[in-house]
Design a protein. Sequence first.
Length: 301
Amino acid sequence: MESWGNSTTVTEFVLMGLSRNPQVRAGLFVIFLVMYLIAVAGNGLIVVLIVVDSHLHTPMYFFLSNLSFIDVCYVTTSVPQMLAHCFTDRPTIPYGRCFGQMSIALFLAVAECLLLAIMAYDRFVAICKPLRYGLIMSRNMCIQLAVGLWTSSFLLTIVPFFSMQARLCGKNVVNHFKCELQAVLKLACSDTRASGISMLITSVFTLLFPFTFILVTYGRIGFAVLRIRSAQGRGKALSTCGSHLAVVGIFYGTALAMYLRPQAKSFTDREKVVAIFYGIVTPMLNPVIYSLRNRDVKGAL
């Protein structure tokens, strides 16, 4: 079997999108344009605030700026293309651009999964070991965690992605609004069970393990908060974790529902809706959640 066989019969993919009705597509264009602008402007503003405001030069906001940067890049990989396709009856994407979009989106998604786990650890140290927080989460440690985050994301996505075995024999209609790996794999005429198993194993390391780590970490944070005697102290501790938990719940809930389940033979409209949540809704909500619940960000604004 060829590795992502560059077949002469497949030079482009046809994306079915979310609807074939022109009026529905026009309405979706307005909705997704607003969501995209909110996501880019909100996350971009958070990055700028953290860079220019010295009060936000802390480990927590350093990782938050990484999260906002990832979200800006993630929505930009697919949403502008989706907006342009709203006015096209037969939206197509070249072969090379499709696989480039898939690999970049996977890389950024894995980076966000690992980053959310690192942010949970940061909150754990801040609440459970406050006297040693500055020593543990030093500048060098934050840089090392960031470098490890991006390196691990590359190794966990790009390398397995290009080692997947699949051969395309002519089918090129993708039941999605973007090049989603699972949707494209449905077009393969070769046996994709090995690729499916590889993707499942990678999902365990990039989704299940970080999510389990986050749950255990916040369980320990919960016990630590219960030992705080003052109601004001408990409220302050919970407020610093509430935003992160909200983001974790939305992102991991939809991503786990998409990737850690048995794969069907066809890609359904329900799966496209789930992809909208982790691909567009979550990046849009992240800056809103962090800015509305965070006094430091409000002060910087």
